[in-house]
Write a protein that binds this ligand. Structure first.
Ligand code: FMN
Length: 175
């Protein structure tokens, strides 16, 4: 699929079919993410690939408001973790890598969506990040940005359209 077609078709897919995502597809997504640009080429990222159903279920409770619920049905959750001291701009570094994962999933015919963990909270007021770190044994000095849920698409969404381009938000030469 042409790159711009991938960009057009990428939507947040939160319902998944039961079939598992082939390991080869997960590997291709991860290999793409490692090619993402990062500040000073520091690549501060670590990826935790979670397939265990019970763990996915527990991770789906990482934040209030149901924003992580789709993980219950996902085949894989890829948790994006940064070594904090390796980059002062790890949020940006990991966000780019996360975007590579999302676009790769679309290119491979998979559904995916971003679950924000950093700066989010659970129903009981606990930090989502601490909850995920505890569950997955992530050591001190490492931060959790997000989880990318991946699976065979269980819902169909319209691709993005040209009407989403807003000329008023594009400025030529200066504001
Ligand atoms: C930084 C960021 C955080 C997001 N957090 C969540 C989330 O926690 N749960 C969720 O279901 N979707 C989340 N999303 C997905 C957005 O809701 C989604 O991208 C947006 O509504 C546009 O829809 P689309 O992805 O289908 O184009 C997040 C996206 C970004 C970029």
């Amino acid at each position: 699929m042409d790159f711009f077609e991938v960009v057009r078709r990428r939507r947040s897919i939160r319902r998944f079919r039961k079939e598992e995502v082939p390991q080869e597809s997960v590997d291709r997504m991860l290999k793409a993410a490692f090619k993402a640009p990062s500040s000073r080429g520091r690549r501060p990222w670590h990826f935790i690939v979670v397939k265990d159903r019970e763990m996915l279920e527990r991770l789906s409770q990482a934040k209030q408001g149901g924003g992580a619920k789709g993980l219950e049905e996902a085949s894989v959750g890829i948790v994006l973790v940064a070594e904090e001291r390796r980059s002062g701009v790890w949020v940006e570094d990991l966000s780019v890598a996360a975007t590579y994962l999302l676009l790769s999933a679309t290119a491979l015919g998979l559904g995916s969506f971003w679950i924000q963990i950093r700066g989010r909270y659970r129903e009981n007021g606990e930090s989502s990040e601490e909850y995920v770190k505890d569950l997955l044994g992530i050591p001190p000095g490492y931060r959790v940005l997000s989880i990318i849920a991946v699976g065979l698409p269980g819902e169909v969404k319209e691709p993005h359209g040209e009407d989403e381009y807003i000329p008023e938000q594009v400025h030529q030469e200066r504001w």
